[in-house]
Design a protein around this ligand. Structure first.
Ligand code: 13P
Length: 263
């Protein structure tokens, strides 16, 4: 099973800050090969430079291994959609993955389950890896309807995919009440939901579900990551705040490596 630690920079950094952060991560990656896959999702304007920097060997000729992802994409291939960014544009830059369905996009930009599904299909069509986000709101967790919410989100967005297509998807479970709040799902809550998501994936992908990575997101930090990453159905993290400093992001990658691939 793959293990992935992905950083979602959201609307943070500027040109200088983004390249400084990526430079630190790239140099670390070049010097510290790991079985953990590193994914970094900078804001759109910095993607081209990020792809180039992530491919640059260090002074000793060692190559970093960082996949650059976008944080969003449009569902159509091209057209009169002022201000939007298409999947073919991302592919032409060498961007390898894209976050879709993040709760902030659902909440602030009115993204529906169906639109998210169309974005997933467009990404697969062009060979980019979708990092598909799902997760319940606080009220849904309190009402005990969190499983229904996540199942609905998943079936609406992923239900039309073939098992072969699903094998190229990464799922991220991000309980909305845990994002940027400092509240983390407890290991029990997280494992319970990840196992539930794995079960839903089995309905869609059969045995293939066992190798679809399911990342946890929501106030995941070096001081709570070990308890989460150690869990059976948690295959890494989608990190917001703690991805904005090289030291804490690298620490999360290190923890994931130690926990998932003990020597
Ligand atoms: P935080 O790690 O800041 O809670 O953000 C999680 C997230 O939304 C990643 O996509």
């Amino acid at each position: 099973m793959r293990t992935i630690v992905a950083g979602n920079w959201k609307m943070h950094t500027d040109a200088g800050g983004a390249m400084a952060l990526l430079g630190e991560l790239a140099d670390w990656s070049a010097a510290n090969p790991t079985a953990v896959e590193l994914v970094v999702a900078p804001p759109f304007p910095f993607l081209a430079a990020a792809v180039q920097r992530a491919a640059q060997p260090d002074a000793m000729g060692r190559k970093p291994a960082i996949l650059i992802a976008a944080q969003n994409c449009h569902e159509q291939e091209q057209g009169a959609f002022t201000g939007e960014v298409s999947v073919p544009m991302l592919r032409s830059l060498g961007v390898g993955a894209c976050i879709v369905g993040h709760s902030e996009r659902r909440q602030y930009f009115g993204e529906t389950d169906e639109a998210v599904g169309r974005k997933v299909a467009m990404l697969l069509k062009h060979g980019l890896q979708p990092i598909y986000c799902c997760g319940e709101q606080r009220q849904e967790r309190e009402a005990g309807t969190h499983r229904e919410t996540v199942a609905r989100q998943m079936h609406a967005a992923l239900g039309a995919l073939t098992p072969m297509e699903l094998a190229r998807v990464v799922v991220a479970y991000e309980p909305v009440w845990a994002i940027g709040t400092g509240l983390t799902a407890t290991p029990d809550q997280a494992q319970e939901m990840h196992a539930f998501i794995r079960g839903e994936l089995r309905k869609l992908a059969g045995e293939g579900a066992e190798s679809i990575p399911i990342l946890y997101g929501g106030s995941c930090k070096p001081d709570n990551a070990e308890g989460l990453f150690a869990l059976n159905d948690i295959n890494g993290g989608l990190i917001g705040g703690a991805a904005l400093q090289a030291a804490s992001f690298i620490e999360l990658v290190r923890i994931a490596g130690t926990v998932k691939y003990p020597r």
